[in-house]
Design a binder for this molecule. Structure first.
Ligand SMILES: [Zn+2]
Length: 170
């Protein structure tokens, strides 16, 4: 290992594969190297972009212990997986519940629409009833007028018959 000085633009963004291996930003398997005697942490291991020593690439540089702080233990991973599975199941249940509620809302809206239609019908019938009542009132007043006229005619006829009887007798 040379005593290269780490550039100030060193990138610490790295990825960890499902195999637990470290990759650089461009998905290249990071190289595990050991720091030289003149380094800040002599003898300590670090990961860097496999191209770091040759042509310039993403200049990944991260100490191994920093990576290990981030990588989760298999047991932790199992716990997280279980949590994830449980959440997935809860999500399914909630989705089913949402679907049920949606169906309820739909049927409720149908009932409301039916009620509204009935209400409109009811209002229409009410309006027709009012029109008929007005017509009946008109007809009744007309009938009253006819009756009054009939009574007058009847009166005249009775008067006329009375005169007729009077003249026949004398
Ligand atoms: Zn790289």
């Amino acid at each position: 290992m040379g005593s290269r000085v780490r550039s100030s633009e060193a990138v610490t963004t790295f990825k960890v594969g499902t195999n637990g291996k470290v990759y650089c930003y461009y998905n290249l398997l990071a190289a595990l190297r050991q720091a030289g005697t003149c380094a800040a942490r002599p003898g300590e291991e670090f990961y860097e972009c496999p191209y770091a020593l040759g042509r310039s690439h993403c200049s990944l540089f991260v100490w191994k212990h920093e990576v290990e702080n981030v990588i989760i233990e298999p047991s932790e991973r199992r716990v997280l997986q279980n949590q994830y599975d449980r959440l997935e199941m809860e999500k399914d249940l909630l989705e089913r519940e949402v679907a049920g509620l949606k169906a309820k809302v739909d049927s409720y809206e149908e009932v409301v629409a039916e009620k509204r239609a009935l209400q409109t019908e009811h209002e229409k019938v009410g309006m027709e009833k009012r029109l008929l009542e007005r017509e009946v009132i008109g007809l009744r007043s007309k009938l009253d007028t006819y009756e009054a006229a009939l009574v007058k005619v009847f009166g005249v006829v009775v008067l006329f018959l009375g005169f007729l009887c009077f003249f026949i007798r004398y």
